[in-house]
Design a protein around this ligand. Sequence first.
Ligand code: BDP
Length: 682
Amino acid sequence: TEYEPCWLRYVQNDKYKDNQLVFTTIVAKGESPIFGAAVEELRIGITSMLGLEPQVVPEMKQTSFIWLGTLDDEELKQQSLDRERAALIHPEGYVIRSDVHDGQSRIYIAGKTDKGVLYAVFHFLRLLQMKKNVHNLSIVEQPKNKLRMINHWDNMDGSIERGYAGQSVFFADGQFVKQKQRIKDYARLLASVGINAISINNVNVHQLETKLIAEEWLPEVAKVADIFRVYGIKLFLSINYASPIEIGGLSTADPLDPNVQQWWKKTVARIYRYIPDFGGFVVKADSEFRPGPFTYGRNHAEGANMLAEALAPFGGIVMWRCFVYNCQQDWRDRTTDRAKAAYDHFQPLDGQFHENVILQIKNGPMDFQVREPVSPLFGAMPKTNQILEVQITQEYTGQQKHLCYLVPQWKEVLEFDTYAKGKGSEVKKVIGGSLFGYRYSGMVGVSNIGDDPNWTGHTLAQANLYGFGRLAWNPDLSTEEITSEWIVQTFGDDPQVVEQISQMLLDSWRIYESYTAPLGVGWMVNPGHHYGPNVDGYEYSHWGTYHYADRDGIGVDRTVATGTGYTAQYFPENAAMYESLDTCPDELLLFFHHVPYTHRLKSGETVIQHIYNTHFDGVEQARRLKERWEQLKGKIDEKRYTDVLNRLILQIEHAKEWRDVINTYFYRKSGIADQYGRKIYR
Ligand code: BDP
């Protein structure tokens, strides 16, 4: 193939050469397509890593083998797996038990269901790729989140909204792609990290894509669903709320209109004829010029419930996005605050949504900035399913030209304590469903892949996709664990390679933050495409994203005392922390407060000196990234080595531009010189 296998490389290794016997036979106790995919993957993996062709047999005959099946299989009942059986409750969970030595060797890979078998196989192959000991395994694994989903913002013309890795792998020239092998390999990559749901078209549904739910395209949609199904992934579609008008010939899309309700019921029934296990709809309504229930004087619950009713008989769900705000704000009006919008719209509706509706909430109240506080909606709706949406694609974090590993950011979000039910009410417990007993919940990531040979533009951005999946499976995994797993599988286990790339990845988010918009204030990017510095680019626009820098100071006053009152949307512990200058964390200072340039941070620096320091330092750190990478020359294949190197060189250049624009801007505004006399253009 002309594209990379990412972390599913299955490079030959001789770690297991003394115990080959166990790998020569696979006892396969299942028949479903998904089980077939598991067997195929295991066979490919073993063949490629151990250089032997395992025999696949339907029953135990030999004395050494890998056994593959479900926990309720008769053959397995004779094994003493009571402890595992009791611990395993989740239908996607699995057990791996092994006893490997010179004589009889056995490895039992047993899923609760066939889907569990598939995940178990990927787990086992990961252990082999990482050259772990597999002699005495006793693993019981199950996901912490029910829904682990990828959203694509792909358009049928092949373009990808906020895509930085080429064109769509699903669509080209207004059609579905003909060659589907790449979709299958994508499904493998996603399943290997436990993703179980996907939407394939942009949340901004335009004319062409509106028809994806119509007779015309459903046979093609079904083909894609067929590919994903084999890897345990359910297909969803983003829909246009005005579909009844645009393709249904009705004069309204009012959710309370019986004709509209009928139309959706018919439409949904048709979808399920083609795709019996269709996941449901992703909906961006009344947001950024997209149609929605507001047009008809209805609220979001009324809007979502109508779709939910159509989907309910088939087990489908509605993923209703909470990215709703006034995008035609008057910048002169300093009392309106975009950060408050999602909470104001949705929190009062708690309890009004049907149980097959999930509110899909971005990690922060604004829009995927390098640094934002956690959205106050998390934990604030005990009676409404919630799912966390993060952006894997790096719209505001360097667009896959800059290195920005986002797992540390997501980890902070997941670990954030909402105090919804007192101490210990972390976001991960809200979206894991355990805090309020949600029926559906989990994590969604906006995909960063395209048809580039390396999938993600920046080779090291593959780590973001990998890390998203691993965290969605288990938010308790540590950043370090995820990072080293990815590196070893992607680049091998040479200690120097692992050490250098880990450091690069782990430092990269902070580095990017240091030379871009300071202290949580966000934006300062070029309007439209959002790449590169433009401090006032959005300052006098209608998007609601301002920094309010003047000659005296900078930042958005979101306090209750003197500002927009946003802090009051948090539970008291967090509200108090953000409200007070004394306790507001430095990195979010300008998100919550407007302060003079001479205000002292907890670090002891003034705000203006902090801006200068971080911007000078950020460029040095970017240079260090390149030096670190250069130490790996010869240890990484030439192609990937130079691809990454070229991006790191570009990053340094663009970091310099950020540094100079930001420093000059604030020098001119404040008239305060850099304490260390470094070069600031005047
Ligand atoms: C913003 C993007 C825009 C998306 C929007 C969304 O700039 O392209 O359509 O989010 O999430 O970040 O709907």
